[in-house]
Design a protein around this ligand. Sequence first.
Ligand code: PMP
Length: 436
Amino acid sequence: MTTTTTTTTTSELLARRARHISPSLSVLYRDDPVHVVRAQGQYMYDAAGTKYLDCMNNVPHVGHSHPKVNEAICRQLSLVNTNTRFLYEPLMDYAERLTDLLPGDLQVCFFVNSGSEANELALRLARTHTQRRGVVALAGAYHGHTSALVEISPYKFDGPGGLGRPDHVQVCPTPDAYNGQHRGEGAAQAYVAEVQAALNRAETAWLPAAALFAESLMGTAGQIQPPAGFLPAAYQAAREAGAVVVADEVQIGFGRVGTHYWAFQAQGAQPDIVTLGKPMGNGYPLGAVVTTPEIAASFLNGMEYFSTFGGSPAACAAGMAVLDVVEQEGLQEHARQVGEHLADNFRQLADRHEQIGDIRGSGLFLGVELVSDRHDRQPATSTAHDLVRALRRQAVLCSTDGPGDNVLKIKPPMPFNVDDADRFTDLVDEFLRSVT
Ligand code: PMP
């Protein structure tokens, strides 16, 4: 095992951070931040040697510091790392392997360095292809931190410091069948009608939609799993209105949902553009936009596309190693089984604890909504925050999100196992017993 020595205390580190890093970048667990020095698999270690169970980081997809990914990156770095204007095999090996995993004619790749860059480029592709500017987005969605993406991310423009909805963006309600505008049976059709209405508003505002942007499972909106049938029907409505469909799989791609490699497949939906990021390089910066030859052809308008680092040999080596490990270690099926076990544990807790309102998601992308009680379903925000702090004291890392910030977000590195799941829910049980 690697030992790590640190020369800086946590309080010194905080003071140094305050001098040179903008506070607009928040620190997790403000009162008791975690000073990490190393990580392995689904565990992180702090400067004092405490081992934390990581239930929040989906970027180290195949596990923190996975030796096969690290070796692949180092091997490639020691050979050559350059840009996509040169010919090199890792680019083609990766593009072929990635597109083999995507359905239909999603065959043309653009490599970038982050989820934001992927969505930014997807927006340009959609606009160039349709010769339109408008966007339809889902309430609570987050697509990235650039100016254009903040404008299509209700999570940001409707949140603190946001400037509100711009004219070229139409928003439809979060397809939340538990605590949203439409619930229970018939919710999927009702939410599709909302998408249709947003597409119509875009037409009448003379800013028809170039794209419908939709996370296939929504993260910042509160781990929302759209009701069955929503995605294909919403996609169809968008296409009939002349828009293209962008599936934002930045959070949830690469087998995390267990049943499928991509979350849109779980509803039998087929997007026109897919955006990828976070887990793609296991932490090495790598993102992608994958689209159809037809949409890619529209982009050939003379303006060249180039990203200095996007698709570098080392990034492709990282991406390839991630795909290998997901396959070799059977991580998609593992996510399905462990996610089912974890959701079952929570369902048992829900029998005992009225505050557990909803358990949703798929595989190792789960949300547990904490509410006042079963009937009123008011967000139990402070209970959720107290729970996150209590878990941190027990060396378990987990966060909250959603409009009421009362949804436990569970998206651990994929090696997270049944014992980890049991430990996690035992601690949640202990906490909920202590507060009732
Ligand atoms: N899309 C979604 C759904 C995301 O969750 C995020 C990041 N949280 C992004 C896009 C942006 O990715 P990045 O932070 O890599 O720019």
